[in-house]
Design a protein around this ligand. Structure first.
Ligand code: ZN
Length: 218
């Protein structure tokens, strides 16, 4: 007998496609994904080489990114990276996710993994190829609210959790207590609600971050 709950489970891929077309942070190296051995060119196999920033597309930030403390991405707990997660919709009119916005979002206490769906997701939906500076990020007081609320992982649907040119305060406030930051999510196809998150960053030894495949099941 098939369990009905299983029948209605859906897997949502919330990862961005990694290719040279992916927008990258200004100044970061663009994605290079190219064949170094090509069957079209007569080789006996195809082998590609990838070069990119570890903060490419859907990726995780480790404390070492802003704290220079050697708490690196390979040491992040899989118990935090996987498990129940709540997706909340931040109203489209919101430019900055502040403590007040989070306070009014009716986030149940005990929420460990929180994914913020903002108007940023529309950028991925429409296939925006350029880096957009006026994306929605989390303010310092928003970050402090998340710390106080006991959130262990926070995700957002653009390439940084912090507003453009204001990276340090938000990142530092979250990374100091070891909150995992998941950036570059595409939540355009996901409705607000409860899911199971599976986020598996590459096990890059000593790294400040790593690209990840992230999915929601629910
Ligand atoms: Zn990052």
């Amino acid at each position: 007998m098939i369990d009905n709950a299983e029948v209605y489970m859906k897997i949502f891929d919330i990862s961005l496609p990694v290719s040279p077309k992916l927008p990258v942070w200004p100044g970061d190296p663009p994605v290079e994904l190219e064949l170094v051995s090509s069957m079209d060119a007569g080789a006996h196999d195809n082998i590609s080489r990838l070069a990119c920033s570890v903060h490419t597309g859907t990726h995780v930030d480790a404390p070492h990114h802003f704290l220079n403390d050697h708490r690196s991405v390979d040491a992040l707990s899989l118990d935090v990276l996987t498990g129940p997660a709540l997706v909340i919709q931040i109203p489209e009119s919101v430019d900055l996710v502040t403590a007040v916005i989070l306070e009014n979002a009716a986030i149940p206490s005990g929420t460990s993994r929180l994914l913020l769906k903002t108007r940023n997701s529309q950028l991925w939906e429409r296939g925006e190829k350029e880096f957009i500076k006026d994306f929605v990020g989390v303010s310092l007081d928003g970050a402090e609210w998340l710390v106080q609320a006991g959130v262990k992982l926070v995700g957002i649907d653009y390439l940084s959790i912090a507003p453009y040119k204001q990276s340090i305060p938000t990142h530092t406030a979250l990374l100091k207590p070891g909150i995992v930051i998941l950036e570059g999510l595409d939540l355009s196809a996901v409705s607000p609600g409860s899911y199971d998150l599976y986020c598996l960053p590459l096990k890059l030894v000593g790294s400040d971050g790593a690209p990840a495949r992230a999915i929601l099941i629910g």
